[in-house]
Design a protein around this ligand. Structure first.
Ligand code: NAD
Length: 298
């Protein structure tokens, strides 16, 4: 590690702020036209400490953007039936435009079954089967917030994917798989790696763009990065000193990459910004105001 940064830092904090300001302006316009403010309800089951923090941050950001925000807190011992009944109730509540079921759910609850209950129009996390299918087929629907945030970050920094080799490490439904679809829709050549990939270093070395979404501290080494490549680090890990670290060895990678996201302050803030954007779009669609905040993620 030589610690000399040459890469352009993709500042997710500043970019997210710009998106959030645009969303807040969209909310003002919606309200000025006599429509209600977008309503976002987060369903939080149990006491997972990380989830409590995420929900608090989402609540704050949505309130700042002028949303009508609420959190439904359910005890960890909530039954599957009661959770699904709550989701159905929110589906039918006209003041709620976006519903987010905070994951992970406590043991014993089936997240897939719960998510399948969500009205796809209100599924602002883009995880229902209908929205997943829309993403794969190229139809319009809500796109999961983290991969949508990655694309927004690239777009706003003028980094194109067309014809480029994109290697994604991690194949979750939340990040890796939807990002692969978004990159394909941008005409990238996509390689999707995972825990059984044979030579991860070689797969990364060929890439013009590396996306790391694994959850293993500094898994991606500096010498796995092609000079000038773009590196998006989605990982959030708690380092030995208690600080947040990504899946990429940042200093070593920043010495060779063309552009890179830091952790924290990279992809993380974009996720919340895209949640707000999806919810504003849902509210606009409900009132027939159409238009989007400029979704560049298709
Ligand atoms: P996940 O656990 O669902 O999936 C991890 C993926 O990594 C799996 O597909 C697995 O095959 C792969 N993997 C595991 N070990 C590997 C290895 N040694 N080599 C190659 N692949 C390996 O995780 P997730 O929900 O996609 O989250 C990934 C990371 O991103 C986590 O650190 C999470 O905290 C973070 N995350 C951040 C945001 C954000 O807003 N920045 C949002 C979601 C997730």
């Amino acid at each position: 590690m030589n610690g000399v940064e040459t890469a352009r830092i993709l500042d997710g904090k500043a970019t997210a702020l710009a998106v959030r300001e645009e969303v807040a302006e969209g909310v003002r316009q919606l309200c000025a036209a006599g429509h209600p403010a977008p309503g976002l309800t987060v369903v939080l089951v149990g006491e997972d400490p990380a989830s409590q923090v995420y929900v608090r941050n989402k609540d704050r950001a949505a309130t700042q953007a002028g949303f009508n925000v609420s959190t439904v807190r359910l005890p960890a011992e909530t039954s599957q039936g009661d959770l699904e009944a709550e989701i159905q109730r929110l589906n039918g509540d006209e003041s709620v435009h976006g519903i987010l079921v905070q994951l992970p759910l406590p043991k014993g609850l089936d997240a897939d079954r719960a998510l399948a209950r969500l009205d796809p129009a209100k599924d602002v996390d883009g995880l229902t089967p209908t929205n997943v299918a829309a993403l794969v087929t190229g139809n319009s629907g809500h796109v999961p917030c983290t991969p949508a945030g990655c694309i927004e970050l690239l777009d706003r920094h003028g980094i194109e994917l067309e014809g480029r080799r994109v290697t994604i490490v991690g194949r979750s439904m939340l990040v890796g798989k939807p990002f692969a679809q978004l990159a394909l829709a941008r005409n990238a050549t996509v390689t999707l790696c995972h825990s059984r990939t044979r030579d991860l270093a070689a797969e990364c070395r060929r890439a013009d763009v590396v996306v790391a979404a694994v959850g293993v501290e500094k898994l991606i080494k500096g010498d796995w990065i092609q000079p000038g490549a773009t590196v998006l680090d989605v990982g959030i890990n708690r380092g030995a000193d208690g600080k947040l670290v990504g899946d990429v060895d940042f200093e070593a990678a920043a010495a060779v990459a063309g552009a890179i996201t830091p952790v924290p302050g990279g992809v993380g803030p974009m996720t919340i910004a895209m949640l707000l954007k999806n919810t504003l779009d849902a509210a606009r669609t409900t009132v027939g105001a159409g238009g989007s905040t400029g979704d560049g993620s298709r």
